[in-house]
Design a protein around this ligand. Sequence first.
Ligand code: SF4
Length: 425
Amino acid sequence: MDLQQKLAVLADAAKYDASCASSGTSQRSSVGGRGIGSTEGSGICHSYAPDGRCISLLKILLTNFCQYDCLYCVNRVTSNVQRARFTVDEVVALTLDFYRRNCIEGLFLSSGIIQSPDYTMEQVVEVARVLREVHDFRGYIHLKTIPDASPELLQKAGRYADRLSINIELPTLQGLEALAPEKDGTAIRRSMARLAVHIDDAKGAARDSAATSIVSMPKATPKRAKAPKFAPAGQSTQMIVGADATDDATILSTSANLYGAYRLRRVYYSAFSPIPDASSALPLKAPPMVREHRLYQADWLMRFYGFSHDEIVPTTQGGMLALDVDPKLAWALAHRERFPVDLNAAPREMLLRVPGLGVKAVDRLLIARRVRRLGSSDLSRLHVPLKKVMPFVVLADHRPARALDGDRLAAQLRPSPVQAALFDN
Ligand code: SF4
């Protein structure tokens, strides 16, 4: 099999992994140096797969051979798919080639498990080591780590990668036991905890070295030693949604625990996609894509809007998020007693709960109201969706009409139904 054929197989096999965003790392550039690559986006060709996922990283598996038999995975040992395997040098050459042609801003590398978790992890780490140490590659590297690999290999991976991730796979330990019996949910969390400690240690060392005064030798240019970096873009994980019966409330509770206990940067939600020759334990069709979207919106509310996981999912809907309205609007409609909110007096926490007001708009409102009383025209200038915001707020020249209470308001704010295409689910 030639390199192009391997690329076709192993890039296709990687498309099920959603966690490929390249945000939050430190800035590096090759301008004025001898290395190749930068972590800044300029000049980089961002492209998107037909399903909308970002593919501006070269996103591949080292191999899609795997000795495990996770039922939801197209690469499981019992799956009847074409197999391929890259060598370390092939992945390095492809990454450099794509980078030079301005097609990618970095590499996202995952792998099926071959021989043993440690053997696989060594190969994955070797790709990153050669890129960094031999080719001085300064682009973005995201490594998917093998949870059962030794702590030493995880530590080594963090020295070369911007971001590390370990897939939690399913929202509950019971779900993992049922669908991926060879995977150890406790080991996954133990590895996440180890990475969190290394990331914290590196951040602490960076703070200490920045605070240390520079002692200079006579006539020498003072220079501060740099603290070693460990996965500066942190760690993330991916959870498959809809492969088992876990409800949204449980999914968000697991995410809240992952953010709190292991300080993950992101939890990615990946709607289960049916695979060829699937086990009868799996659903026959994918959950609606809008469910994945609502989970991302709910996740956003937890991370940036001060919502706790247990107040986002309405108690009346069997643990599921509403699909017809976004979770913030659903919360506001269910808590009409908390509205209207006076935009000239309410604290930031309450402004963030107003449907249609984003973090930037709230911060601008807080600055503007220091100098004058806000009116409707101020909201127009902020380009917020007035139809959504006005029923929930009081302004100097506006108070919502009583007639908008209750069901009528919900009906008015629900997006209009769209004619389904012939082949929609
Ligand atoms: S270990 Fe990973 S690649 Fe292997 S079957 Fe499970 S999910 Fe798929």
